[in-house]
Design a binder for this molecule. Structure first.
Ligand SMILES: Nc1ncnc2c1ncn2[C@@H]1O[C@H](COP(=O)(O)OP(=O)(O)OP(=O)(O)O)[C@@H](O)[C@H]1O
Ligand SMILES: [Mg+2]
Length: 506
């Protein structure tokens, strides 16, 4: 697991690093070259223009042709210092391409100690050098361009230098007496670009080193980042194994605020939930066994008594009646439990119908009439409307009402009063079953809905109940997606209220 996460993150990081560096590198390469060559071209261009201006000022103020101008020490000094300052070779050629003046400063490559230019490339003609190919000067001599820029080895002339050259050409123009502009010659300025390329490859070397360093750093960071994730994950996996063995008390100590911390917290919650479930299950089994053991012990006692003759003949029927009651109580309990587990498993399918709630309640009360009479209870029934239609499963609601009425009877002393009331509020119908019996203590109110829960008082008073009735009520109301709650005061009485959805409400 550690390996895979680490590997995945490393590959992603390496890919991102290489990708971003490549994009950056390409852009840098492009812009670096462009801007340096651009700067250089601008410098050479302004040099050419300055020279041209000096020449034309001379030509306007002193007699003689361009040759005379170039002989002027001011101009030739200018030429040398321009060559010096820009590290370039400057040629002045006449309109036929004959070299009439030049300045070669820095024509040696000091790194390799070789001449930058092989001068034998020049053709000497009547003591002067000539640009050997017409295309070398043809364009600029037309006078149509102020500046001609060329890059490369200048028609093979600088091929031996092994470098790329930038050449800036500008025509030398002169206005004759008729005011016509004539091209007398041109200025050529050449400078090698190799320094720029070297600078660029230097930058690239640095760049590659940066990539390697970045990769190393990112792999190290990924290692720590990955172990920050994998360590807690391993912890969680370990805890999960322990839990699988049944030890639910397992807790993971991870306090980070990120998703892993969130996972650990969810895991701890899950473990706590599981523990809770396990406790509920144990408690449930204990409760069931206890509830079954008591009646079984008494059944066994009675039956043994009958069999070995300890029970007198005339009492046998009474004891058998008790045995029958106990058995029916047990089977009721088992049925209740089965129903509850069905509800919890979502297997109980309610059939929703239009039900006249008042009618249903009336039926329940009539069915329990003899119970009320036995305890001499006064039952007060009050319906807000004659017909109250609700959407509900009638069997389920009958069971709810019957359970609540049973409880009211059980926990109300002789001669007490039970009030059953239905009323409405907006789309809801409310059913209230109220008694003036023993009541439920505050601390028990939330617990009475639990399976097998009986208050201490009812344990001593009502030995027949199993504490499943209200759990069933709660489950059925949950299935209806409705509420049920109790209000009670010890010694004064208890009121159970549940809601249902009305239908046919205009
Ligand atoms: N109307 C009531 N007045 C006082 N206490 C009540 C009332 N209804 C329920 N209780 C308390 O809540 C407990 C749980 O009620 P529940 O109906 O679930 O169980 P039960 O009546 O004891 O048993 P069962 O309904 O399974 O026969 C009761 O044991 C009793 O302590
Ligand atoms: Mg009950």
């Amino acid at each position: 697991m550690f390996k895979t996460i680490f590997n995945k993150m490393t590959s992603v990081f390496i890919a991102i690093t290489i990708f971003s560096f490549s994009v950056g590198g390409v852009l840098l390469y492009y812009f670096l070259g462009r801007s340096v060559v651009g700067d250089m071209a601008a410098t050479l261009t302004s040099t050419a223009e300055n020279l041209n201006t000096s020449l034309s000022i001379y030509r306007e103020n002193w007699p003689g042709d361009i040759n005379a101008a170039l002989k002027d020490p001011l101009i030739s000094n200018n030429l040398i210092s321009y060559s010096q300052n820009t590290g370039s070779i400057i040629w002045i050629v006449d309109k036929d391409g004959r070299l009439i003046k030049s300045a070669y400063y820095k024509t040696w490559d000091f790194m390799t100690n070789t001449p930058l230019i092989q001068f034998n490339k020049f053709i000497y003609e009547s003591g002067r050098t000539l640009l050997p190919e017409t295309q070398m000067y043809k364009k600029v001599m037309t006078g149509n361009y102020d500046i001609v820029e060329e890059k490369g080895d200048f028609y093979g002339m600088f091929a031996d230098t092994g470098k790329t050259w930038l050449t800036i050409e500008t025509p030398i123009k002169y206005k004759d007496s008729a005011g016509k502009s004539i091209v007398e010659g041109a200025i050529f300025i050449h400078a090698p670009i190799p320094q720029i390329l070297e600078a660029r490859s230097g930058v690239f070397r640095f760049f590659i080193i940066a990539v390697i360093v970045a990769l190393l750093i990112s792999i190290t960071l990924v290692y720590f980042a990955a172990s920050r994730i994998t360590k807690p994950l391993n912890k969680i996996a370990g805890a999960a194994r322990v839990i699988a063995r049944g030890d639910f008390a397992q807790k993971i100590e991870i306090n980070s605020k990120d998703e892993v911390g969130e996972l650990a917290r969810s895991f701890n919650n899950m473990a706590a939930e599981l523990q809770n479930h396990e406790e509920t299950r144990r408690e449930f089994i204990a409760n069931v066994s206890h509830e079954l053991r008591t009646p079984m012990t008494s059944i066994r006692g009675f039956v043994e008594g009958i069999l070995d003759g300890t029970v007198p003949e005339n009492k046998i029927n009474t004891y058998l009646a008790i045995v029958r009651d106990e058995i029916s109580r047990m089977s009721r309990m088992v049925n209740d439990l089965l129903d509850l587990s069905k509800m919890e498993a979502g297997e109980l399918k309610l059939v929703f119908k239009k039900v006249n709630l008042n009618e249903l309640i009336r039926r329940c009360i009539i069915r329990l009439e003899n119970l009320f009479e036995k305890k001499n209870l006064y039952v007060d029934v009050s319906f807000e409307e004659e017909v109250l239609n609700v959407s509900a499963d009638p069997d389920a609601i009958e069971r709810v009402v019957t359970n609540l009425l049973h409880n009211a009877v059980k926990f109300t002393p002789l001669g007490g009063q039970i009030t059953v009331r239905t009323y409405t509020q907006k789309n809801k119908a409310y059913v209230s079953v109220k008694d003036n019996g023993v009541g439920i203590a505050e601390e028990d109110l939330a617990l009475i809905w639990k399976r097998f829960y009986k208050t201490d008082k009812s344990r001593s008073e009502d030995k027949k109940g199993t504490g499943l009735g209200l759990a069933i009520v709660k489950s059925l109301m949950n299935e209806h997606k409705q509420d049920v709650w109790a209000i009670s005061q010890v010694g004064k009485g208890t009121e159970f209220i549940f809601t249902l959805d009305r239908i046919n409400v205009e």
